[in-house]
Design a binder for this molecule. Structure first.
Ligand code: MG
Ligand code: ZN
Length: 387
């Protein structure tokens, strides 16, 4: 082969690789695991459905978004965890229809915007309607009412899902603009990846200096997060995305635990969004092990939230997804061994409805089948937020 051809192939390979790395960090790691056997187990908290208040409104809302987490992904994790999850113990369930304004199959930008802002927009757009008008998210509305707010993700915090609660950009790829929009909010807790979008920017600004000036404690490690007894915390734990669950050392559950300590100091209440970002990347990679370990990781974080909510009695927890990824089906399973075998119909998102699980005051409102935007409406109603 000629040198120029080799060079061309090399450059193409590197460029393609960088591109996919930006969107889905770990696609290169194909464990070829259609089959998966769970080596770990975590026990789930049980809820007494007979001793359950209805017709009440919560003071606090915790919203979990499993990116790409359809019913099959939940069932796979439930099976792998030997037949129990915190998520599947939730007493109220419903289905969310995930379509975006311009597509039957949503992406995470439009899907996140629908959940965060209650409006369907075109794929790729974050926090704006189809005409480019900025939308107020449940974070902005909660801040207006004096609630504390938080955003946690296992991707960069500038990635589509967390960004939908904070930013207004015409393209999800405008990571540095999204980081700038974080400085316009009053979030008490920001935990995830994305450090370089705040510090290694084209405009040479170091946004973390702004956060320090505004009273934030800036953290770079999980240890610092766990110790942070502060009023406002921004913790950027990786340059872009965090590593997979196995390497994150319970970053998500530990972050939720700490966030709840910080946010619950506010007597008026709080809103917290927590994303299991990488369930989606496991789906794109058709990697059963990746999907299950990420779903189990989020379920552990749900366990932290549930333990808090059961003590507090004034907190609504909602678990849902922006869309399903992979067209995943279960072909074989064994509860006693935690074994799952899955098949996939594609390496992208699908249009199937995703499950919604709810616990706490107002949970009964989440039964039924409704558009994704209704989740925003229900939260606004339950927290008495003004649009
Ligand atoms: Mg996401
Ligand atoms: Zn995706």
């Amino acid at each position: 082969m000629k040198t120029s051809v080799v060079l061309f192939l090399l450059i193409t390979f590197v460029t393609l690789n960088l591109k996919s790395q930006e969107e889905y960090m770990d696609q290169s790691v194909q464990d070829s695991l259609r089959k998966f056997e769970n080596k770990k187990f975590h026990s789930a908290l049980t809820i007494n459905p007979l001793n359950y208040p209805v017709g009440q409104k919560p003071k606090n809302v915790i919203l979990f978004i499993g990116d790409g987490m359809g019913t099959t992904q939940v069932m796979a994790a439930h099976t792998a965890n030997k037949g129990e999850l915190n998520t599947t113990n939730f007493p109220y369930t419903g289905f969310s229809l995930t379509q975006s304004a311009d597509n039957y199959i949503t992406d995470s930008a439009a899907g996140g915007t629908a959940l965060a802002c209650g409006k369907r927009t075109d794929n790729g757009i974050i926090g704006e309607d189809t005409q480019g008008n900025a939308l107020k998210s449940v974070v902005h509305l909660s801040e207006n009412k004096g609630l504390s707010t938080g955003v946690i993700s296992t991707s960069a915090v500038t990635h589509a899902t967390p960004a939908s609660f904070v930013a207004h950009v015409s393209s999800r790829k405008k990571y540095e603009d999204i980081a700038s929009d974080f400085t316009e909010t009053d979030l008490e807790v920001i935990i995830g990846g994305g450090l370089h979008h705040f510090t290694k920017r084209e405009d040479k600004q170091n946004l973390l200096e702004k956060f320090s000036k505004n009273g934030y404690t800036v953290a770079y490690t999980l240890e610092e997060v766990q110790r942070a007894n502060v009023k406002k915390l921004i913790a950027l734990l990786d340059t872009i995305h965090l590593p997979r669950a196995e390497a994150r050392q319970d970053m998500l559950p530990k972050s939720v635990e700490r966030a709840l300590k910080i946010l619950s100091k506010n007597d008026k209440g709080f809103f917290l969004m927590t994303e299991g970002s990488q369930i989606d990347w496991g789906g794109h990679a058709n990697n059963t092990g990746y999907i299950i370990s990420e779903t189990l990781d989020m379920d552990k974080a749900v366990g932290e939230a549930l333990a808090f909510a059961m003590r507090d009695q004034n907190t609504l927890i909602i678990i849902t997804a922006d869309h399903e990824t992979g067209g995943m089906a279960l072909m074989e399973g064994d509860f006693s061994k935690g074994k799952v075998e899955a098949a996939y119909t594609r390496d992208d998102h699908t249009g199937v409805a995703v499950p919604v699980f709810a616990y706490g005051p107002g949970a009964e409102l989440f039964t039924g089948v409704y558009p994704n935007t209704a989740i925003f409406e229900k939260i606004v109603f339950l927290l008495n937020l003004k649009k």
